[in-house]
Write a protein that binds this ligand. Structure first.
Ligand code: NAP
Length: 327
């Protein structure tokens, strides 16, 4: 896979990474998980050049880092650019929503929490350092400079090589940069979630900050897998998201349908078109699609070679806005 540099000073990574969240946590727990398959997916990702491997301490909690640690044992660790996150202590729709001011009970950006958490992450991941340590959310009760100062301490201590932010504004990136370099920003970006295009993505481009789109497949929706909320397991987190509600999802099927048509014209899959559009937003953009399924992994890796012509890109740019807020 072709590669790019993560931010101004970061390591080289494949232009598409792997999100591991769904391997132990989210979107549902009804669907049986097969650890051997998940481990094989992570190792195959490395073989395919998808070297950025993303997890977080809250996924599980802890089980996701443990799984990634087992996958990277036995000689795989050095082939990965290993990224984890700190700062959400109870994941839920409310906690993940950066506009929800009552979510702060689920966030912990206190320096003492960050200092203590890195050691747990390293133990579970079976490594003495992570390549990228990310502040999962800004805690409204803690000045960002204090949280970021503690993140910088993990670099000084040799426990993290680089640090990044998640779901922040351009102003917050700037404030953090005044304390310590920001290598990456991880926020949602996909054909149906384009908020970052207005200010954050251009800011990152101008300031040599890598942008890591999460949920680049629209939490699976853009791949055309769902035609109704009834397709989701009963305990699926997406059932609580506005865009997956019955009427909104029905309206949003027009977006997935058009992606499918453009994919057919391009000789690609809908997932590949969704990823190729994200990649077309700039060389500093490294999406981290999530999968625990070997055939989807191969599908996603091949998106790095899908060239969408100007006409297809213009059509994708012109897709209607999604119905329903993202959280
Ligand atoms: N920073 C944050 O706050 C934040 C928030 C959310 C996610 N993340 C990170 O971003 C990563 C990806 O996001 P995400 O998992 O939310 O959403 P996503 O990547 O948009 O979609 C994942 C879903 O799409 C399915 N899928 C993947 N490739 C496919 C393909 N080629 N064809 C058909 N279906 C496919 C997966 O199925 P299977 O699982 O069944 O294989 C899964 O249900 C996560 O793993 C996590 O690391 C970060």
């Amino acid at each position: 896979m072709r590669t790019t540099t993560l931010g101004g000073d970061g390591p080289e990574v494949g232009v598409i990474g792997l999100g591991c969240m769904g391997m132990t946590f989210s979107y549902d727990m009804e669907t049986p998980r097969d650890e051997a398959t998940s481990i094989a997916v992570i190792r195959q990702a490395l073989d395919l050049g998808m070297t950025l491997i993303d997890t977080a301490d809250v996924y599980g909690p802890h089980t996701n880092e443990e799984l990634v640690g087992r996958a990277l044992a036995g000689g795989y660790r050095d082939r990965a650019v290993l990224a984890t996150k700190v700062g959400i202590v109870r994941d839920s729709v409310e906690a993940a929503d950066p506009s929800n001011s009552s979510a702060d009970r689920a966030l912990d950006g206190r320096p003492e929490h960050i200092r203590a958490s890195i050691d747990g992450s390293l133990r579970r991941l079976g490594t003495d350092h992570v390549d990228l340590y990310q502040l999962h959310r800004v805690d409204p009760q803690v000045p960002l400079e204090e949280s970021w100062g503690a993140m910088a301490e993990t670099v000084a201590a040799g426990k993290a090589r680089h640090i990044g932010l998640s779901e922040v504004t351009a102003d917050e990136i700037k404030r953090a940069q005044a304390v310590h370099p920001v290598t990456s920003v991880q926020s949602e970006l996909s054909l149906w979630t384009r908020d970052a295009l207005a200010a954050v993505l251009p800011y990152c481009r101008e300031h040599a900050v890598a942008f890591l789109p999460f949920s680049p497949l629209g939490r699976g929706f853009l791949t055309g897998r769902f035609s109704s909320i009834d397709d989701l397991p009963q305990d699926d987190f997406r059932r609580a998201l506005p865009r997956f509600q019955r009427d909104a999802l029905q309206a949003n099927l027009a977006i997935a349908g058009r992606v499918r048509e453009i994919a057919a014209q391009a000789g690609a899959t809908p997932a590949q078109v969704a990823l190729a559009w994200v990649l077309a937003q700039g060389r500093h953009v490294v999406p981290i699609p999530g999968t625990k399924t070997p055939k989807y992994l191969i599908d996603n890796a091949a998106a790095a070679d899908v060239e969408l012509g100007a006409a297809a890109l213009a059509e994708l740019d012109a897709l209607p806005a999604a119905q329903g807020a993202r959280y």
